[in-house]
Each structure stands twice: as structure tokens, then as C-alpha cells.
Design a protein around this ligand. Structure first.
Ligand code: GCO
Length: 395
């Protein structure tokens, strides 16, 4: 069958992905806010007002409408909703209700992440993901969120990239709480899976029927001779255990950016090849490879909940996204049930320890005035997704 004969599902979700802390600004009550100010951390600058999306969310949503997209992945901030243990902020809940209603008013399906990297200070101070109580705390938070917003949620993501929170925070020590301990890293991974299931069940008890899942960071892997064992061990801890734990979910969320090269001594840093601003290999093929691999674990529908490139060179971004969507098209052609693609990210935003230098956005944001300016890649994404799959294949 010629590729252009594919009847691309009209229900496919085309969107962009964001997170609260990275765009809202003013996330003062979080572990990240404190981490950025602590002496000797690797954080290069403070998040501050980010993109001021706390106030400018309607502008952001209007951009999506302008680009013809039908979905938006955003996160809600636990630290704002439950600033202290058991105290739920009516103001914060009302704010997020307004955001979700603003999505619906524009025909945009909101994909809502409950936890995207940041913890309320009270949770961090009580041991964060190492305190078994966090399973109950997250489930309680999910119950409140489900009760409040169940009818407005399009798709729910419980914990964003739990494997990255674990590896960066508990093995590599570059995210809070800056731990470098293999045993604690493995224990946090286990805690994440428990918390996810508890949150999923809590959401299911509330109103609304929407798919619930947990977006996982996945990589394409290249193994150098002698690195097989290392690669399998790494992938098992980072991905496979999670993929198996997602069995009771409604979908798999795949997030991918690059390929990792693994040799006998572990990850090969700075492998030869074209790089992105993150120092990652330029590897748009990661989309089809990771989606295929996720599909080999389960027959659940798949959403690519994040994919994109950090680059100052918008032509490089267009080249990357073209490759990514061509790969996505191939897996659809193979019959994999992929239901949506979310480009990371709508706006240039706060890239965690690396601050504002990496540019993932299809829209730039003036750091003083917060004025948003679409880049050529935004126009490219708008036309490509409108004409998909033909335009992608023509390139
Ligand atoms: C992650 C997060 C995002 C990042 C994005 C680009 O994957 O680390 O979900 O918050 O900003 O991936 O690195």
C-alpha cells in the first residue's frame, strides 16, 4: 500500500506539550525553586516568572488555535493546589478550572499531567519520593483533582517521566534532592510505580471517563561491542519495568528525544554525530523506534506525549520534526495504534538545571516583556499537521 493511501484518523490529537513550572512562573512553594537558590547546585539560573503563563494562558491557547492544533498538554502544580498537607487551595483549583474551560471553549482537548517534576516543599521536606507516605499523598491529591476536574480532563498523565525524576534526582544528583545512590534510585523507581497505580485508581473513582497513563522517557539505544549487558540492565531499570507496570493503564505515553550510545563502561558521553543544544545526538528516528518498542510490550494505545529538539537553529528543528513525523507515519502504517503526537514545546521555556538557554519552543518568548513570537517551525507544524501525511512524505 502506498503510504499516502493511509486514512489518517480524524480523531488523532496534534498538540504541543508544556509543564506548569516551566511556563507559569512563580513556583515558589516547590523543591525546584529552593534548589535553584541553594549554593553549589548545578542549576545555572532561576526560573522566576518563566513565560508568565499563569497570567497569559489564554494567549497560549490562542496560539494553538492559530496553528490549527486540537490538543494541549499542560500540567497542574501540586504545590499550588495543596500548599500544605491536607490544605487545598480554592484559588488554585479555580485557576486551573478556568484554564481547562478555556481549552474546551477553543475546541482544544486538554491533556493534564498531575505531577511534572516539582514537589511541594512540605513533601520534599518529608522525604519526597523516599517516604512511602507519598503514595497516599499523591492518591489524595489525585482524588481531589479527579473530583474537581474529571469532567474537563481529556487525557490524564499521573507522573511525568518518573524514571527521569529518579535517575536525575537520585542517581546522577543533578535534580533535587541531589542524591547519587544506586540503591535509592532503584527504590524511588519502585515507589513511582506504586504511586502511579494509586493515583490512577483514585482518578478512576471520580467523575468523567478519560484515558489515564504515565508518560515515560524512552530512548533509542545503540550498543557498542561489549556493552550489551550494560545496555540491557539500564533499559530494564529505566523502561521495561515501567512498561510492564503500565498494564492496567488506558494508554502508554512515550517521550523521546534522542539515541543513547552504551559501551562496556556505560553511557558514552559526547558520541560522534550531529548534536542538539542539549548535547544530545540529533536523532529523530527515536520516535519510531521507541513507539515500536513500547508497542511490543502491550497492545494499549500510544500517545507520543513529548518529542522535540533544543536548538537555536529553527531549520534544524524543522528537519528534526520532519524526520520524527515521517517515522511516526511509518509506525502507523505498520498498524501500531498511535493516537496523538505532542511536540515539546509550545514556548521557549525553563529547561530545569540548564535554565533558559536551550530553546525547545516553536514560539519564542521575550524574557522581559513575555511577548510571544511564532518561529517558522510553528508555521511548519501548523501546515504539516493539517496536511498530514502527504506533506511529510513530500519533503
Ligand atoms: C523532560 C520533561 C520536560 C523537558 C523536556 C526537554 O523530558 O525532561 O518532561 O520537562 O523540558 O523533555 O528536555
Amino acid at each position: 500500500m502506498a503510504l499516502h493511501e493511509i486514512n489518517f484518523p480524524t480523531t488523532f490529537l496534534w498538540g504541543t506539550s508544556t509543564s506548569a513550572y516551566q511556563i507559569e512562573g512563580g513556583g515558589t512553594n516547590t523543591d525546584w525553586w529552593r534548589f535553584e537558590r541553594a549554593p553549589g547546585t548545578v542549576a545555572v539560573e532561576e526560573c522566576g516568572e518563566a513565560c508568565d503563563s499563569w497570567h497569559r494562558y489564554e494567549e497560549d491557547l490562542d496560539l494553538l488555535v492559530q496553528f490549527g492544533l486540537n490538543s494541549f498538554r499542560l500540567s497542574i502544580e501540586w504545590a499550588r493546589i495543596e500548599p500544605e498537607y491536607g490544605v487545598f487551595s480554592r484559588d488554585a483549583l479555580d485557576h486551573y478550572r478556568a484554564v481547562l474551560e478555556a481549552c474546551h471553549a477553543r475546541g482544544i482537548v486538554p491533556v493534564v499531567t498531575l505531577h511534572h517534576f516539582t514537589l511541594p516543599l512540605w513533601v520534599a521536606d518529608a522525604g519526597g519520593f523516599e517516604n512511602p507516605e507519598i503514595v497516599t499523598w499523591l492518591a489524595n491529591y489525585a482524588s481531589v483533582v479527579g473530583r474537581e476536574f474529571g469532567a474537563l480532563i481529556g487525557i490524564a498523565c499521573t507522573i511525568n517521566e518518573p524514571n527521569i525524576v529518579a535517575v536525575m534526582g537520585y542517581l546522577l544528583g543533578v535534580f533535587p534532592p541531589q542524591v547519587t545512590d544506586d540503591g535509592r534510585f532503584v527504590a524511588v523507581n519502585e515507589m513511582m510505580r506504586k504511586a502511579h497505580v494509586a493515583m490512577r485508581e483514585a482518578l478512576r473513582e471520580g467523575p468523567g471517563t478519560y484515558p489515564i497513563g504515565m508518560p515515560l522517557s524512552m530512548q533509542d539505544y545503540e550498543t557498542l561491542p561489549g556493552g550489551e549487558q550494560e545496555m540491557h540492565a539500564m533499559r530494564d531499570e529505566m523502561e521495561d519495568k515501567y512498561l510492564r507496570a503500565c498494564e492496567g493503564d488506558d494508554y502508554l505515553g512515550v517521550q523521546c528525544y534522542t539515541k543513547m550510545v552504551v559501551g562496556p563502561d556505560g553511557v558514552v558521553f559526547d558520541p560522534p554525530g550531529e548534536k542538539t543544544e542539549m548535547g544530545y545526538l540529533f536523532w529523530p528516528q527515536c520516535v519510531e523506534q521507541t513507539v515500536r518498542r513500547a508497542a511490543s510490550f502491550s497492545s494499549l494505545p500510544i500517545y507520543v506525549t513529548e518529542n522535540g529538539i533544543g536548538t537555536d537553529d529553527d531549520d534544524q528543528r524543522i528537519r528534526y520534526l520532519t524526520g520524527a513525523l515521517q517515522g511516526l507515519h511509518r509506525v502507523l502504517d505498520e498498524g501500531v495504534d498511535v493516537r496523538g503526537y505532542f511536540q515539546w514545546s509550545l514556548l521557549d521555556n525553563f529547561e530545569w538545571s540548564l535554565g533558559y538557554r536551550p530553546k525547545f519552543g516553536i514560539v519564542s518568548v521575550d524574557r522581559t516583556t513575555f511577548v510571544r513570537t511564532p518561529k517558522p517551525s510553528a508555521q511548519w507544524y501548523a501546515t504539516t499537521t493539517r496536511d498530514f501525511p502527504r506533506s511529510v512524505l513530500d519533503t
